[in-house]
Design a protein around this ligand. Sequence first.
Ligand code: BMA
Length: 367
Amino acid sequence: MIAMKILNNMKAVKVFICLMIFSIPGWAQSSTDNPIASQLKKIKGKGILFGHQDDLAYGIGWEYQEGESDVKRVAGDYPALFGWELGSIELGNAYNLDSVPFDQMRSLAIKAHKMGGINTFSWHPYSAVNEESSWDKQAVVVKYIIPGGVHHEAFKKQLDQVAVFFKSLKDDEGKQVPFIFRPWHEMDGNWFWWGNGRCTKEEFKALFSFTVSYLRHEKGVSDMLVAYSPDRNFKSSEEYYQWYPGDELVDIMGVDNYYDLKQENGELEAIKKLHIVINEAKNKNKLAAFTETGLENVKDPTWYSQKLGKVLNDPIISKELSYVMVWRNDQDVHFFFPYPGHPAAEDTKLLLRSPNILLLNDFNQLK
Ligand code: BMA
């Protein structure tokens, strides 16, 4: 009798805890309910989604022209994944640091979603300490903006701007557009103020963890998958995890890698690293992605087939990787995808039209 009572009380406590947890905004939905996660899980093994940063915004010789896309110009269809950059939203600016108006970004991201594509956001913020740029070599930032730091409140205000933008991504019915957020990327490199040598690993993890928890739980940002994407500076799983903030925060295990794909036979290194990422994603029942790559100004006309293609056609990678994304096409700064008439255009088209690579129509047919 007493044992029964204790059991019933324990049950009541459990139910109470569950109700408490699910009443916190953003917690009710686990990332497995996220439509992007279910789509990516469904198509796993059928091909790798191809992505391009700023694809619908501008390209070589055009900007903000309805329906345009350099990927479409070269390969005949839109990418399946669309990358966007939030840097300078934290300053309250109307344009990002690459001059993309946030109003345009919002409508293009919503459009990409309506067409069936997936949106992913990176963020190169100016610091909440002194507005130093992400690449500032002198700036010491992280320890001052994490909880307990003197600029923590200012950092929260920056995140508030990010939250407002994410929550403004609504479809015609007013429903939140799902998306991927990939904060604090390439932390194992030493070029960003959140990177190696610029903060401790513990400070980094506190930064990542606060960012995601604040957006999800304090600001109620929902339908957000989070990607962890170090650069290529690891040779083992242990090294890959050095900056990893925790299973409860991360949905997509990623890697950025430009460097290896510029070296002779470097594709072998890139493959090894993606195998580590894939293996860990499998161990943790998460998704694996090649979150950024490319060759600046596509200087090698066979880079797409001979470097990227070799990586993507590796038997393990072709079965296990969810997506790959190449960087933006800015005619004044640099470009990573060819344009019609560029010496790499035909080679790139061949790779993108191969059965293993999924553009938007392929993706829409499979999901
Ligand atoms: C970098 C470069 C910069 C750009 C930044 C954020 O890799 O493309 O020109 O400002 O990304 O998009």
